[in-house]
Design a protein around this ligand. Structure first.
Ligand code: HEM
Length: 162
């Protein structure tokens, strides 16, 4: 993980949300060209795939609590050559080689599309019920405990509905 920027202070949680209307410049237009400009959101998706790879294949569990290069620190991917296309072997959420996931382009694009719309239309906060983060193992890894979030619609969302 040599070229990760690990000493940089994480930006605020609202960074990914703030970026969306800025990139859309007042239009609620989620075209591919706009999604491509959501740089911070892409870092968040990468970091989520690092912390919670949905397809862990061979399950492993650490015996002790530990923190590897920060718990949630999307900036580590900024200006880093590490990518998930299968040749950065320390980060292969989609696998690599001949059997690499055929959805390697489709899956991140769909995550970015959905996530950017959720951030554009709602403010999000965690409900008070915070359970420890554990995962189940299987064909895909899911949360063991549900995550409770409170979504507050933003003004333009309510306006567009009426
Ligand atoms: C974030 C979402 C996803 C992740 C992280 C992911 C990850 C993976 C991984 C790690 C593998 C094994 C690759 C290897 O053996 O080297 C795989 C295989 C595969 N994935 Fe995905 N996947 C995702 C979404 C999808 C979606 C949406 C589809 C279908 C629409 C899909 C279809 C497949 C198929 C068919 C294979 C088997 C490929 C083969 O063995 O030749 N994946 N995926």
């Amino acid at each position: 993980m040599g070229n990760f920027r690990i000493n940089e202070k994480p930006k605020s949680n609202g960074e990914a949300q703030a970026e969306v209307p800025h990139v859309l410049e007042g239009q609620s237009n989620f075209e591919e060209a706009n999604i491509l400009k959501l740089n911070y959101l892409k870092l968040v998706v990468k970091e989520s795939l690092r912390v919670h790879p949905p397809s862990a294949l061979i399950p492993r569990e650490s015996r002790e609590k530990c923190e590897i290069y920060g718990c949630f620190h999307p900036e580590k991917f900024q200006d880093s050559s590490i990518h998930f296309k299968g040749s950065s072997f320390e980060f292969i959420p989609f696998g690599g080689g001949r059997r690499i996931c055929p959805s390697i382009s489709f899956a991140p694009a769909s995550i970015e599309l959905v996530l950017s719309q959720l951030l554009y239309h709602f403010n999000w906060k965690l409900a008070n019920v915070i359970k420890p983060e554990f995962e189940t193992f299987g064909l895909s890894c899911r949360r063991k405990n549900d995550s409770y979030l409170i979504a507050t619609p933003l003004k333009h969302f309510l306006h567009e509905r009426h």
